[in-house]
Every structure is written in structure tokens, then in C-alpha cells.
Design a protein around this ligand. Structure first.
Ligand SMILES: [Cu+2]
Length: 87
């Protein structure tokens, strides 16, 4: 089973925190509507991804966490942050 969560990237990440189920794959679909280069990439050491975000395009990162917890992600410069809660 696959879950999808949409995250708008404008003045930060909206919603800033998303909750996803443990042990299932979840598609995080980022769409950036803010032209600032600051938000042109999203990355997470916790979740192991780095994704460029072209303007006004859905870009998908698939995560599959077997472990409950809180995982942070951020823009390429680590200024804006979001959180994925797995439970
Ligand atoms: Cu930034």
C-alpha cells in the first residue's frame, strides 16, 4: 500500500509536519511555488534523500521507514525545515 502526502513549498513547507505510517512506503510530493533559489532543493540526512525542486512541478520522494520517530528535512541551505513523523 502506498500513501501520498502533498507538501507545498512556498514560504517554507506547508504543512511543516506530516505524519506517515510506519513500515509502509509513502510518497512525499513536493511542489515549489516560490521562485527563491533558497528552496530549490530539499534534503534530509535523516531520511537519506536530496531532491531538486523545479518551480511548479510535482517532485516525488518515496520514503519507507521501518522505525517510528521524527525525521527532519530542510532546504539546501538548511534554513527552512520540515518534519516527517513516522508512527
Ligand atoms: Cu534555503
Amino acid at each position: 500500500m502506498e500513501n501520498t502526502v502533498k507538501i507545498n513549498v512556498n514560504n517554507g513547507y506547508e504543512p511543516q509536519t506530516v505524519t506517515v505510517p510506519k513500515g509502509q512506503s509513502t510518497r512525499l510530493v513536493f511542489n515549489r511555488t516560490n521562485p527563491s533559489a533558497c528552496l530549490a532543493a530539499v534534503q534530509s540526512n535523516d531520511l537519506g534523500f536530496k531532491q531538486d525542486l523545479p518551480l511548479n512541478e510535482d517532485m516525488t520522494v518515496t520514503i519507507n521507514s521501518q522505525q517510528a520517530g521524527e525525521y527532519d528535512y530542510a532546504c539546501g541551505m538548511d534554513m527552512f525545515r520540515g518534519k516527517v513523523v513516522v508512527k
